[in-house]
Write a protein that binds this ligand. Sequence first.
Ligand SMILES: O=C(O)CCC(=O)C(=O)O
Length: 263
Amino acid sequence: MRRRLTPEEKDFFEENGYLAGLKVLNEQEIDFFKREAQRILDLKAPGLEPTAVKGWHMRDRSVFQIATHPQLLDYLEDLLGPNLLLWGNRIFCKQPGSNVSVAWHQDISAWPLYPYKTVTVWLAVDDSDAANGALEVIPGSHKIGELPHTQGGDGYGNALDKNLGIRSGVDETKKISLTLKKGEVSIHHTQLVHGSPVNPSPTRRRCGFTFRYCPPEVHVADPNRWKDFKVAVVRGKDPYQKSAYFHPPADWLAPRSPEAFAP
Ligand SMILES: O=C(O)CCC(=O)C(=O)O
C-alpha cells in the first residue's frame, strides 16, 4: 500500500535536511532488487571498487524501474513538487571488513547544479546500521552554506572521486548514523554534510544504490563543466527544457512483471 509523507516528515526534512527509514519495496520487490543488484555488481570490471559503479539508471531496465518505483516518486513529489527529473545513480557497496570510507562532504561541491534543489535517495540493498558502516549525516548542516572542500591528501580509502572531502569544521558530536532495513530509503538534501566510516563488520556487507533527482528548474550552470549531464523526466513534465534528455526505451516503461513491481 502506497503512502505520502506526513506534514511532520516534510517539516523534519526542511529542518534537518534528511529523512530515513522510509519503506519503498515490499518483500517480493526486495528479492528482485537484491538479485538485480548482484547482477549489476557482477558486471563490474575486475579491480573496480564496488563503490565506483555509476550510471546504471540509463543502461539497465531493472535499475531504471527501481529508480522510478511509484512509492519512491510519491515521497519525492512531496518534497520537490510534481515534476521530477532523475539524473544520477551510483552504487556504494562496502564489503565486510572493507576499509573504504566516504569523507564528509556536501554533494553540491561536486555538482555545478543550480538552484540547490537536488536530493539523493539511498536505497538499502542490505540492512544498514552503525555496525556495518551506515551513512552518517550532520542534521541541519544543509543550512550552514558551503563548507570548504579539498581534493587529495589524507586518503584512507575515501571512495569519493579525486579524494574530495571537508577536512575541518564538521561538528562530529552531532552526527547521526542512519539505520535502514533493506528496501528502505533515506533521502538527503544536496547541501547536507554526510559521509560514512569503514565497514567494521566481519560478516555483513553494506550495499546501497543512490539515485539523484531534482525539479526541472535545476540545470548545469556551467555547461562546459558537465557536458554529459542528462535527465530523465520520471514524473510530470519539464516546462523549462534546459537539459539534455535520456529517453528510456519503450519496453522499460511497459507494465512490470508480477514478480517485479506492482504498478
Ligand atoms: O553510501 C555512502 O556511504 C555515501 C553515499 C554518499 O555520499 C551520497 O550518496 O552522496
